[in-house]
Design a protein. Structure first.
Length: 385
C-alpha cells in the first residue's frame, strides 16, 4: 500500500476528561493518557502510531485542553509545541475541528505562497486531505484500518464529499450513534427526495440519516435491517470541502475564525484563540455539519474498532474466564460470580463473591462499585461526588 503522503493531515481530538472511566480516568490525567491494556502505550500514543505510516508526523495536530499540553509533549516527544492546538474552553467537536481546519488552512496557504488576504486560492492549490479521529479509540486490525483511510483520502481528493467510517454492527449496541446508508439492496428505493443522491462508488455509499443512541428495541431493529452502521466519529474530507461546509452550515462558528484569518499560523494565533474561542457556540460536528450536509458518504468498515468510552466497552474487549469475569492489572478470585470486570491498582488482590455483572474499580483511594447495566450513570455519580 502507499505510505506517507505530503497532502495528508491528521487531527486528533484529545480534550475529553473521560468521566465514565472514573476512578481511573481523572481530570488531571484522562483516559486517553492511560495504558489500559498493559502494552506500555497510552491510547493517545497508540492513535498517533496508527497514523504514522500514512501521515508525516509534522502534519499531525492534537487539539486538547491547555491543561494537557505538557502531558502530550511527554508522551509524543517528536511532536512540536506548535502542533498542539489548545482550546481555552470546551466547546464540543465542531469548534474543535474548525480550529484545526483554520490552522491547517493557514499552513497550506503559506506553503502555496498565498495569504488569506489574497482570496485567490483555488481547490487545486488546496490539496490537503484531513482525517479527524478521537484519541481514545481502539483498533485491532490497524493495516486494514489504514487501507480504509487511504481509500477515503483518494475519494475526497477527487470529490466534493464529506466521508465518514461506519462500523458494521455485531450486536444491538445502545451506546453508539447509528448511520443509515443507501446500499445495493436499498438502491431501488431512491425516490421521493432521494433521487438526487449520487450512484454508489466502489464501496462508498451515500448517507441517508444519522440517529442518536437508540434504546435496545430500536437497536435490534437497526441490526436486523442491514441498513445501519455504528457511527465511528472518524471523518475524512478535503480542506476546501470542510471549509465550505462550515461557511454555509455553521456560519456562527466559521465567522469567528474568519475574524482572525491573518493571525492563524502566526505567533498571534494563541492570543486570538484565547479571546475568540470561548465565544463559539458549543455544538457537535455531527449536529452542526454531518446531519445537515447533502454530500455525506460512508465506508462500511470492519477492522476491530471500539469506542473505548465505558467500562462495558473495556469488558467486551478483554479476555474473560469461564464465568465471563475480567480482571485487569490485579489478582482477582471469583466465587459464585459471573460477568464482572475488576480493575484495581497493580499488585492489589480482591475476592469477589456472589455478585454478577458488576464494575469494581479502584484507583488512588477512590472505589467504584456499579452495575454494568447502569454504567451510563457514572458520569452523573462523579459529578455529584
Amino acid at each position: 500500500m502507499k505510505r506517507e503522503n505530503e497532502n495528508n493531515y491528521c487531527v486528533i481530538m484529545a480534550g475529553g476528561v473521560g468521566s465514565r472511566f472514573w476512578p481511573f480516568s481523572r481530570t488531571e490525567k484522562p483516559k486517553q493518557f492511560l495504558d489500559f491494556f498493559g502494552t506500555g502505550k497510552s491510547l493517545l500514543q497508540m492513535t498517533v502510531d496508527r497514523f504514522r505510516p500514512l501521515i508525516p508526523i509534522d502534519h499531525m495536530f492534537i487539539v486538547t485542553n491547555v491543561t494537557y499540553k505538557q502531558l502530550i509533549l511527554e508522551q509524543i516527544p517528536d511532536l512540536k509545541e506548535s502542533q498542539i492546538l489548545c482550546e481555552p474552553a470546551r466547546r464540543n467537536t465542531a469548534p474543535c475541528i474548525a480550529y484545526a481546519t483554520a490552522h491547517i488552512r493557514a499552513l497550506c496557504l503559506r506553503k502555496a505562497g498565498l495569504t488569506a488576504a489574497n482570496q485567490d486560492w483555488t481547490r487545486k492549490e488546496m490539496k490537503a486531505n484531513i482525517v479527524v479521529a478521537a484519541s481514545d479509540h481502539l483498533i485491532l486490525e490497524e493495516e486494514k484500518f489504514r487501507t480504509t483511510i487511504e481509500k477515503a483520502f483518494d475519494f475526497v481528493s477527487e470529490n466534493n464529499a464529506i466521508c465518514t467510517l461506519g462500523m458494521r454492527p455485531t450486536r444491538p449496541e445502545t451506546g453508539y450513534g447509528y448511520i443509515q446508508y443507501i446500499n445495493e439492496r436499498s438502491q431501488s428505493e431512491l425516490n421521493d427526495g432521494m433521487s438526487a443522491a449520487k450512484p454508489l462508488n466502489d464501496g462508498i455509499y451515500p448517507v441517508k440519516t444519522f440517529t442518536e443512541k437508540p434504546n435496545l428495541e430500536m437497536a435490534k431493529v437497526f441490526l436486523d435491517s442491514g441498513d445501519f452502521l455504528w457511527n465511528s466519529g472518524i471523518f475524512i474530507w478535503n480542506l476546501q470541502t470542510i471549509s465550505e461546509a462550515f461557511r454555509y452550515l455553521l456560519p456562527e462558528v466559521a465567522d469567528r475564525f474568519r475574524e482572525g484569518e491573518l493571525l492563524m499560523g502566526t505567533e498571534k494565533e494563541e492570543d486570538f484563540i484565547e479571546q475568540m474561542f470561548p465565544k463559539c457556540p458549543s455544538i457537535s460536528i455531527d449536529y452542526g455539519i454531518m446531519e445537515k450536509a447533502e454530500n455525506v458518504y460512508v465506508i462500511p468498515s470492519s477492522f476491530g474498532w471500539s469506542d473505548l468510552g465505558t467500562w462495558g466497552s473495556l469488558y467486551e474487549l478483554s479476555e474473560k474466564d469461564e464465568q465471563g469475569n475480567v480482571s485487569l492489572h490485579s489478582e482477582a478470585r471469583f466465587y459464585e460470580a459471573k460477568g464482572n470486570i475488576v480493575v484495581l491498582e497493580p499488585g492489589k488482590k480482591v475476592i469477589v463473591q456472589g455478585v454478577d455483572d458488576m464494575i469494581i474499580a479502584e484507583e488512588k483511594g477512590a472505589l467504584l462499585v456499579c452495575k454494568k447495566a447502569e454504567e451510563q450513570r457514572i458520569k452523573q455519580f462523579v459529578s455529584e461526588l
